[in-house]
Design a protein around this ligand. Structure first.
Ligand code: NAD
Length: 478
């Protein structure tokens, strides 16, 4: 028996949760349920996180959370409960299988069967943003080695446990050599531990185009947070419908399972909504807690029901459907099919155990880290880089001098192009003139001199070599 936390959510949430629970319980799921309230009512009662403290206690105690969609009220500083839950509970992996159900659900991609594994905690979603000058704002893209190792290992372990043949990595490391570069590098390292699984890397732009055009070329795809957010919706949509997909958010201790769609308030309370998305989430949950036989039974009964043409309004089509049903009737049809298998769609067989063998991250010995220079970022409201270089002359130390100025990454001094468009945000790179290292005291001196010379420094970044290798970007055109 596994004790789980359930939240019925808002809008169509309660109906699809009741349907989902009825199906999995009829299939013999060994679960005990603690129900909590999250979402609109909690938000409107004045709790901007949408969840009460006592509910966190229950979620943390049970560790397994099945959540129906909730309505986030517009405006008013309400925080997204999904984002908070993922971050608080360390749910680093977002798993979204996207399978087409041709010819029973319309799709342009009849043989698509892709699982998107999205990193869920870092990247641009760390939410660290600052306005730095009148004209420029910044969002920090943070990619960590543990973050990469955990998600890439998850993707390969998932592929292994679910009998998948290939893991593909999507990044843009031709441009972001440090951040996406690390993700790609870790992918290559971990892929070596799984020689039986094919691996490949695509640059995200052409990879995304290929996925939208020929999804059958892919199996499991792992990617950083932002790309995964966008492409997992694309994948679900081209498989047939976002209304049919579920997703799992997995952490080292806790996990949350849900449908990918929202609370569809206009359809609420009418016994119309399709419970399939949440049911898919629940099937992932059953696999996660080791009840794989029940998961298999439910999935095959669900496939059979879809194949029988028993469809809710959202996927109902005269030509392919047989009967338009409501939420409850759909659930009853799935329950009646428990123990049966689809004949045209491929039935699933899950391994006895789908527990993933996830090695804990272990920190490596620190590299040799050498400070070789510093970038002073400056707000300056004129346009001539040559003039800025003149103004920076008195900031230089006896043997620490200005080596480069860039504007939005492109080198504008020395020898810039007058055609280059410049904003008020300048990166001014200072390095010791002979190959020696820089000291932190010298950075302070540079800052003091800048202040004394009315240079408006808005931030600094240290330039390091790690184990002798430069670990910062050059100026574009440098
Ligand atoms: P939505 O996904 O709720 O609905 C969009 C449309 O899709 C609906 O009008 C409906 O026609 C259809 N639809 C969605 N799910 C369906 C189902 N199971 N069966 C049949 N039809 C279905 O998106 P929205 O209208 O943009 O958002 C509504 C609310 O949901 C918002 O408050 C939003 O913040 C919230 N939301 C919550 C989650 C979540 O809790 N995970 C995710 C997305 C959106």
């Amino acid at each position: 028996m596994t004790r789980i936390t359930v939240a019925k959510g808002d809008g169509i949430g309660p109906e699809i949760m009741d349907a989902t629970l009825a199906i999995i319980q009829a299939a013999g799921a060994k679960i005990e349920i603690d129900e909590i309230e999250v979402g609109e009512k909690v938000y409107l009662a004045g709790n901007t996180s949408g969840i009460a403290k006592e509910s966190w206690d229950i979620i943390r105690r049970n560790k397994i959370f099945l959540k129906a969609p909730i309505t986030t009220p517009q405006g008013g500083g309400y925080k997204s409960l999904n984002v908070t839950t993922r971050k608080f509970l360390g749910l680093y992996a977002n798993i979204r299988p996207c399978i087409s159900l041709h010819p029973f659900v319309q799709t342009k991609h009849p043989i698509m069967d892709v699982v998107i594994v999205r990193e869920n905690e870092e990247d641009l979603y760390a939410g660290i943003e600052h306005q730095q000058t009148d004209e420029v704002v910044q969002c920090l893209k943070l990619i960590s080695r543990p973050g990469c190792e955990k998600i890439v290992r998850y993707a390969f372990e998932y592929a292994k446990q679910y009998g998948r043949k290939k893991v593909t990595c999507f990044t843009k490391d031709n441009i972001m050599k440090q951040t996406d570069g690390l993700f790609h590098q870790v992918f290559d390292e971990i892929a070596k531990e799984y020689p039986e699984i094919e691996n490949e890397h695509w640059i995200i732009d052409i990879g995304a185009a290929k996925m939208a055009d020929t999804p059958e070329a892919f199996d499991v795809i792992v990617m950083p947070n932002l790309y995964g957010d966008v492409l997992s919706d694309v994948a679900a949509q081209i498989a047939g419908s976002v209304g049919l997909a579920g997703s799992a958010n997995i952490g080292e201790q806790c996990a949350m399972f849900e449908a990918i769609h929202g609370s569809a308030p206009r359809r609420a309370g009418q016994n119309m909504a399709n419970p399939s998305g949440l049911l898919q989430g629940a099937i992932m949950m059953l696999n996660h807690i080791g009840q794989t036989e029940v998961a298999e039974k439910v999935q095959n009964a669900w496939l059979k029901t879809i194949e029988d043409g028993i469809h809710t309004y959202d996927i109902y089509k005269e030509a392919t459907s047989k009967q338009k049903v409501g939420t409850r009737e759909f659930a009853e049809a799935v329950i009646a099919n428990l123990g049966k298998k689809p004949s045209q769609l491929k039935p699933v067989t899950y391994a006895k155990s789908t527990t993933l063998n996830l090695k804990k991250y272990s920190r490596k010995a620190p590299a040799k880290k050498e400070l070789v220079g510093v970038d002073l970022f400056v707000q300056w409201n004129e346009n001539s880089a040559d003039r800025l270089a003149e103004l920076l002359k008195p900031v230089q130390l006896s043997d620490v001098s200005l080596s480069m100025i860039t504007n939005r990454g492109i080198k504008v001094w020395p020898e810039g192009f007058e055609e280059t468009f410049c904003t008020d945000h300048w990166r001014c790179r200072f390095k010791p003139s002979n190959e020696r290292l820089l000291t932190k005291e010298e950075i302070i001196q540079l800052l003091q001199r800048a202040t004394a010379n009315q240079i408006d420094v808005i931030k600094t970044e240290n330039l390091y070599h790690f184990d002798g290798k430069p670990a910062f970007s050059l100026g574009q055109g440098q």
